[in-house]
Write a protein that binds this ligand. Structure first.
Ligand code: TYM
Length: 344
């Protein structure tokens, strides 16, 4: 495999209710990676329409995720922020990769099974092929590293399978056109840190999710200090004090979750949090968690509000980012067309 220039790509769906899981599992990592990598961060609006969306709300949510990216600390000048539908190469490559991906591979995707539920016949075709579009998002930039939460792991594995099969299927033309042994890198998932799977505050075995009917199950990036305090105070726990060692969190999903959240917000690990709070009761720990959360999330929520009050600015960021993304994506898509034998 030839060396590929390191490039980070990731995406967030504009489906409303951005929450602490999105922040700690993904966006906070996006911010950190800017120091060491070139980064492309995408508001994946085409993914959002795989389930019904109200048009005006979708537009607002695209701007909301963009505002969150900037408010959390992504620099749209040094890196790239844009929305997927402005770069048509994503959808074009997705079709070509639909012809590489196998039905059997897609049939194994657990997220489709979860989202389609019992009424699978009535799910959109877009929802079924969603993971192929996701592979195209990454591969159209020949990105090498993809920071995501744990729930995206299976989709990332599929992206690697698709990249590998394309490289094999077209190996002779890839070599002939001067791309060496492989055109696509096998993108590496970056699933790291103490909060790769933030759980619901109401049920420690269920993922914190945008679509949970109970708003008390999640901390939204737009929640104010009072709401954050109230939600953490109401968060489900068990009756014990906190353990002094990480091993003591086994079988205590709620405690494990809150300790992981604290660790991620404090940029440390669970062991260190337990050195600070081992033997503390939950009332004490939750009070500290509220203070830390408000200190970290308060400025983000405030900045998001300010940015969202100026949609003209947000739209200009997306337009500028789309222009720069398009230049990279179109060049790679042209190469793919040459490799496949499509005239252009
Ligand atoms: P989405 O929009 O559901 O979530 C955005 C990011 O947040 C992470 N995340 C979580 N992390 C920890 N704990 C949680 N409870 C939690 N909930 C969500 C997700 O893992 C994700 O990293 N299919 C993707 C979007 C996408 C994408 C891509 C990502 C489309 N194309 C290409 C990477 C590369 C999704 O639906 O994420």
């Amino acid at each position: 495999m030839p060396p590929f220039a390191p490039l980070v790509f990731s995406g967030v769906q504009p489906t409303g209710n951005l929450h602490l899981g999105n922040y700690l599992g993904a966006i906070k990592r996006f911010v950190q990676l800017q120091a060491t990598h070139n980064c492309i961060y995408c508001v994946v609006d085409l993914h959002a329409i795989t389930v019904p969306q109200k048009p005006a709300e979708l537009t607002a949510h695209i701007r909301e995720v963009t505002a969150a990216f900037i408010a959390c600390g992504i620099d749209p000048k040094a890196h790239i922020i844009f929305n997927q539908s402005q770069v048509s190469a994503h959808a074009e490559l997705a079709f070509i990769l639909n012809c590489t991906a196998r039905l059997g591979w897609l049939n194994r995707m657990t997220q489709f099974k979860d989202k389609a539920g019992k009424d699978r016949e009535n799910a959109s075709v877009g929802l079924y092929t969603y993971p192929v579009l996701m592979a195209a998002d990454i591969l159209v930039y020949r990105a090498t590293h993809v920071p995501v939460g744990e729930d995206q792991k299976q989709h990332l594995e599929l992206s690697r399978d698709i990249a590998q099969k394309f490289n094999l299927d077209f190996a002779p033309t890839i070599a002939e056109k001067g791309f060496g042994e492989a055109f696509f890198p096998l993108p590496e998932p970056l699933i790291q840190g103490p909060a790769t799977r933030v759980m619901s505050l109401r049920e420690g075995t269920k993922k914190m999710s945008k679509s949970d009917a109970s708003d008390n199950s999640r901390i939204n990036l737009s929640d104010n200090a009072d709401v954050i305090a109230q939600k953490f105070r109401r968060a489900r726990t068990d009756a014990d004090v906190l353990p002094t060692e990480v091993a003591g969190l086994a079988g205590r999903p709620e405690a494990d979750n809150l300790v992981g959240i604290y660790a991620a917000l404090q940029d440390t690990d669970k062991a260190n949090v337990l050195r600070q709070f081992g033997n503390a009761n939950f009332a004490t720990f939750k009070a500290a968690l509220v203070d830390l959360s408000v200190a970290r999330l308060g400025p983000i929520g405030h900045e998001m509000q300010k940015l969202q009050a100026d949609p003209g600015y947000i739209d200009s960021v997306l337009k500028d980012g789309a222009g720069r993304a398009r230049a990279i994506a179109n060049a790679n898509l042209d190469a793919v067309k040459d490799i496949v034998g499509l005239l252009r």
